[in-house]
Design a protein around this ligand. Structure first.
Ligand code: PGA
Length: 255
C-alpha cells in the first residue's frame, strides 16, 4: 500500500432535510465506530444547512465533517454566500471545491477555484479540488489538455500539499452510471500526479463519478486511486459504508 491514507468522501450535494440528514450522519458514524480502527479517512459533506446538525452528531466520531464550496472572501457583503471560516467555525475539516456542478452549472473558472483553495486552506481546511473532462472533451481527445489546464490553474502556488486532495471526476461519469475503465482512471491520476510536481507523490487523488458498492472493487485495488468521492451512493448509509469497506478490505488489509 502507498503511504497515502485513503479518503472516502460523501458529497450529499443539495440533498437532505434535518431529520434524514441526522439519521444518515448517525448511521455513518455508527458504522465507522463498529469498524474502528479505520485505516482511511471518512468525510461527510452535507449541504450547508445541515453543517451544524451533522457536526453535532459527528463530534467524537472518527468521521470528519466536510462542506461544499465557499466564496474566497472571509466575510463581507456577499448576500447568500458562505465563507471557509464559517464552515471551519462549525467544525468542518474539509471542503469540496471546483466541482463540475460549480464549474459548469455556475461558470466557475479554475482561477476562481484557486482563490477558494487559498481561502479554505487559510481557514485550516483540507481542500478537495475536483477536476475532470466533459463528454465532448473526452470525444475530442482533449482529456489530457483539460486536466492539465484545470490542475495548473486550480491549485494555487504555495499550496499546503498536506491539505490538498484532488478528485478526478469525469463530468460524463457523474450521476450517469457510466465510468471510465480502471486503466483510464489510472492514466488520469498519473497525469494529475505528475502535474503536481514534487508534491505529487504525497497528494491523495480520489476518483469520483457513479461510484457504488457494486463497481468500487474495480478501482479500489488500483494503488493510484487513493479513495473515492461519492455522490448518489453516499445518500444511503449501507451503500456508502460498503464502498468504504471495499477500501478497508482491498487497500488496508493488503498492507
Ligand atoms: P455521483 O456523484 O457519485 O452521484 O456520480 C459524484 C460527485 O459528483 O461527486
Amino acid at each position: 500500500m502507498s503511504s497515502r491514507r485513503p479518503m472516502i468522501a460523501a458529497n450529499w450535494k443539495m440533498n437532505g432535510l434535518l431529520a434524514d440528514g441526522r439519521l444518515l450522519a448517525r448511521a455513518v458514524s455508527e458504522a465507522a465506530a463498529s469498524a474502528a480502527p479505520l485505516c482511511f479517512d471518512v468525510v461527510v459533506c452535507p449541504p450547508a444547512t445541515l453543517t451544524y446538525a451533522v457536526g453535532e452528531i459527528l463530534k467524537g466520531s472518527s468521521v470528519l465533517l466536510g462542506a461544499q464550496d465557499c466564496v474566497a472572501a472571509p466575510q463581507g457583503a456577499f448576500t447568500g454566500d458562505l465563507s471557509a471560516p464559517m464552515f471551519a467555525d462549525l467544525g468542518a475539516k474539509a471542503l469540496i471545491l471546483g466541482h463540475s456542478e460549480r464549474r459548469h452549472g455556475h461558470g466557475e473558472t479554475s482561477v476562481q477555484v484557486a482563490e477558494k483553495v487559498k481561502a479554505a486552506q487559510a481557514a485550516g481546511l483540507i481542500t478537495i479540488v475536483c477536476v475532470g473532462e466533459t463528454a465532448a472533451e473526452l470525444d475530442a481527445g482533449c482529456t489530457k489538455a483539460v486536466l492539465t489546464q484545470q490542475v495548473r490553474e486550480s491549485v494555487p502556488e504555495n499550496v499546503d500539499s498536506s491539505k490538498l486532495v484532488i478528485a478526478y471526476e469525469p463530468v460524463w461519469a457523474i450521476g450517469t452510471g457510466r465510468q471510465p475503465v480502471p486503466s483510464d482512471v489510472v492514466t488520469a491520476h498519473q497525469l494529475i500526479r505528475s502535474l503536481l510536481g514534487p508534491m505529487g507523490p504525497t497528494v491523495r487523488i480520489l476518483y469520483g463519478g457513479s461510484v457504488n458498492a457494486a463497481n468500487v472493487g474495480s478501482i479500489s485495488c488500483e494503488k493510484e486511486v487513493d479513495g473515492v468521492l461519492v455522490g448518489g451512493a453516499s445518500l444511503k448509509a449501507e451503500s456508502f459504508w460498503s464502498i468504504a469497506e471495499s477500501f478497508q478490505k482491498r487497500v488496508c488489509l493488503a498492507a
